[in-house]
Design a protein. Structure first.
Length: 263
């Protein structure tokens, strides 16, 4: 009778142990996976960082070599529709137990609210792990309530869609200023080029007109000189003819006088 009771207790105990082992396969496997992958631990609920100040994050190292080049991104949005805002860090060794935190400067965002979180991924960009949502406040500490109180799927987890404002605004402004300056510079260059071209054309036209006028003046001078020469030649010829006629008349008169005297 006592032997039967001990066997029953032993079997019962054995069944209980077997049941516990069987029931623990899921959690044990999950713990093994978490040990292989990086596990983010901070920031946590209620943590708030001011934009422009240091923002920190922490994690438990993983053992899988794929985490030797870990990537961290700043995210926003709902659980089922996460949106990447910007890359925080890349190629961090997530397997190094001596490196379990990272610090960067929190950006300007809109809205200032607890709707931001970090996403950690391995070298393949896979096996994502996330921190809880934390707040990014204004430099003066202003923090608004999350726009949404519940997830689209119904969970009471506040969220919202944030965006960066400083980087994009500066980039757009810089791009706009660059475009305006480039356009202005181009217009000034075109105006200068047109002015230079017009000036060159004017100088060319003036030079051409001056040259033509000089040529015409020279031609007229030559013509006048020729005309004057012809006039002098004509006058000289006429004078010579008159002189010859007078001489002939003189000799004729003299000869007539001699003949008359002889008679």
């Amino acid at each position: 009778m006592q032997l039967t009771k001990r066997l029953a207790l032993a079997l019962g105990g054995g069944l209980v142990v077997s049941s516990l082992v069987g029931a623990s396969k899921g959690p044990v496997a999950s713990l093994e996976k978490r040990a292989a992958d990086v596990t983010p631990t901070a920031p946590g609920p209620g943590d708030v960082f001011k934009s422009g100040s240091d923002c920190t994050m922490q994690w438990v190292p993983g053992t899988d070599s794929k985490w030797s080049k870990m990537t961290i991104d700043l995210m926003t949005g709902a659980n089922q529709n996460m949106k990447k805002l910007t890359n925080v860090a890349s190629s961090i060794d997530g397997t190094d137990s001596s490196v379990t935190s990272y610090k960067w400067t929190c950006p300007e965002v809109d809205p200032y609210s607890a709707i931001y979180f970090y996403q950690f991924t391995d070298s393949d960009g896979a096996n994502p792990a996330w921190t809880t949502r934390f707040g990014i406040a204004s430099p003066s500490g202003k923090l608004e309530d999350p726009p949404e109180a519940k997830q689209p799927t119904g969970e009471a987890i506040p969220w919202g869609n944030g965006k960066l404002v400083s980087t994009s605004s500066s980039s757009d402004s810089s791009s706009s200023d660059s475009s305006t300056n480039a356009s202005s510079s181009s217009s000034e260059q075109e105006s200068s080029s047109a002015s230079s071209s017009a000036s060159t054309s004017m100088r060319t036209a003036t030079s051409s007109a001056t040259s033509d006028a000089s040529t015409l003046s020279s031609s007229q001078t030559t013509q006048n000189a020729g005309s004057s020469s012809n006039s002098r030649d004509s006058t000289s010829g006429a004078s010579s003819a008159v002189f010859q006629a007078a001489s002939w008349l003189f000799y004729s008169s003299a000869l007539f006088g001699c003949v008359t005297a002889l008679v």
